[in-house]
Design a protein around this ligand. Structure first.
Ligand code: SF4
Length: 425
């Protein structure tokens, strides 16, 4: 079923290097947790407000975007995080905090909201070594997720998303998180699953930078032990569909090497807590992105939760769109058995699966084509998931299959782009 997920039947999201939904801002490298497979070394270093402002200038110079994902490290570690949120909001963008939530308090949350915050993406999963939650399963961690979601809902008017890294031994627990999101569709607006990746030091590839052979060990995501690093978004969806056969992705970002890679795989669904009426189709996703771009000049990253809670008005679109047609039918049947539920809000929820870098057998690296999570390094826009390579080795690392190392060594180093040029990643 899922292996057959045909990218041509889905809507190819229009996001590009210069016209995208978000920019990825890293004001600090400091974190209060140590997640397995983190893409950034935990360093006690914060950017000054001037440096943050310069990063925002670089984004504005090269890219159109709707929201700013403020990440790190963990952004709540930055002493001026409230002011940083205010800076982003004042520039007319939607600030969202990508945080593990470990340092979040209600008073800080209210300060952040007053500064213009539009939402949170909480990173919660079972491989964070989180004090008080060690050795818990993903299912047991739902208690923490619910605590965070209810805290955000209590303050109100803020989007709430969760992201979890999916590992070989937690793949089976993904449907539990999809069920959890369904049960709390009123206060959880987005779930994101990111398949685990690492720079394997198992001898299958040699690593080069600017023609020089390097040892990837200094990278935060180098893994000396054999681990599964090729889980795909198709496999994650297969696990979900085993429990929820109707689960229907509708839009995607392809790969830079493989056009049928589903690097970002987006699903939209409508329902009430505990009950999903149906899934929006590719045409709906296209209408939302292109319609928002026509009206505002930007693709849409975040929608206000108040609007998401008025999704009953989407259902009549079922007349035009196959995905929502099923939802409309299911809703009408629901009301015939529970007519008083007509007063109950109907919510829209997104489920995103992200499949980061794939190193192909010939060493080519399949990245996300139209990467939303682009950040700034030395005045350039770069893939945030590979900034570590620039910090440690001065540039991106090439992966060369072991058996062709000799040939590679003979090849001259690629020309280095001039600093400040709108270099591609
Ligand atoms: S290329 Fe890297 S940083 Fe960009 S979206 Fe993909 S995983 Fe994220």
């Amino acid at each position: 079923m899922t292996e057959a997920l045909d990218h041509r039947a889905l809507y190819r999201l229009p996001w590009s290097f210069s016209d995208n939904i978000i920019a990825w801002l890293e004001p600090t490298a400091k974190c209060n947790l140590a997640c397995d497979g983190c893409y950034r070394e935990n360093v006690n270093a914060h950017k000054s407000l001037e440096e943050v402002s310069e990063d925002l200038d670089v984004f504005a110079r090269w890219r159109k975007f709707d929201g700013v994902s403020i990440a790190g490290g963990d952004p709540l570690m930055h002493p001026d995080i409230v002011e940083i949120v205010r800076m982003v909001a004042r520039r007319g963008h939607k600030p969202v905090l990508n945080t593990n939530g470990h340092a979040l308090t209600e008073s800080l949350l209210r300060e952040l909201k007053a500064a213009g915050l539009v939402g949170f993406t909480f990173h919660v999963d079972s491989k964070q070594g989180r004090p008080g939650w060690k050795d818990k399963t993903e299912l047991e961690l739902n208690a923490l997720r619910l605590w965070l979601a209810e805290l955000v809902a209590k303050v109100g008017g803020l989007a709430c998303a969760f992201n979890s890294t999916v590992y070989e031994d937690t793949l089976d627990q993904v449907p539990d998180l999809v069920q959890f999101a369904q049960d709390h569709i009123d206060i959880i607006h987005t779930m994101v699953f990111i398949t685990y990746r690492a720079a394997m030091m198992d001898g299958s590839f040699d690593y080069y930078q600017a023609g020089q052979k390097i040892d990837p060990k200094p990278l935060a995501y180098a893994s000396p032990t054999q681990r599964r690093i090729d889980l795909s978004s198709r496999q994650v969806v297969a696990r979900i569909q085993a429990r929820f056969p109707d689960f229907a992705p509708s839009a995607y970002l392809g790969g830079t090497e493989r056009p049928n890679s589903l690097k970002w795989l987006l699903t939209g669904r409508v329902g009430v807590p505990g009950r999903i009426f149906g899934y929006s189709g590719p045409r709906f996703m296209e209408a939302v992105q292109t319609g928002h771009h026509l009206l505002t000049g930007r693709y849409v990253a975040y929608t206000h939760p108040g609007l998401l809670a008025r999704s009953r008005w989407l259902l009549p679109l079922g007349a035009l769109e196959s995905g929502l047609r099923g939802a409309l039918g299911s809703y009408v049947r629901h009301l015939t058995s529970k007519p008083f539920d007509v007063r109950q809000p109907v919510h829209f929820q997104s489920i995103m699966v992200i499949q980061p870098i794939d190193v192909l057998p010939d060493g080519r690296q399949d990245m996300c084509d139209g990467c939303p999570d682009v950040t700034v390094h030395e005045g350039e826009l770069v893939w945030s998931c590979r900034l570590e390579e620039r910090l440690k080795f001065g540039g991106l690392i090439e992966t060369v299959p072991k058996e062709s190392g000799e040939a590679h060594r003979a090849r001259p180093a690629p020309p280095r782009p001039k600093p400040g040029s709108a270099q591609r990643h």
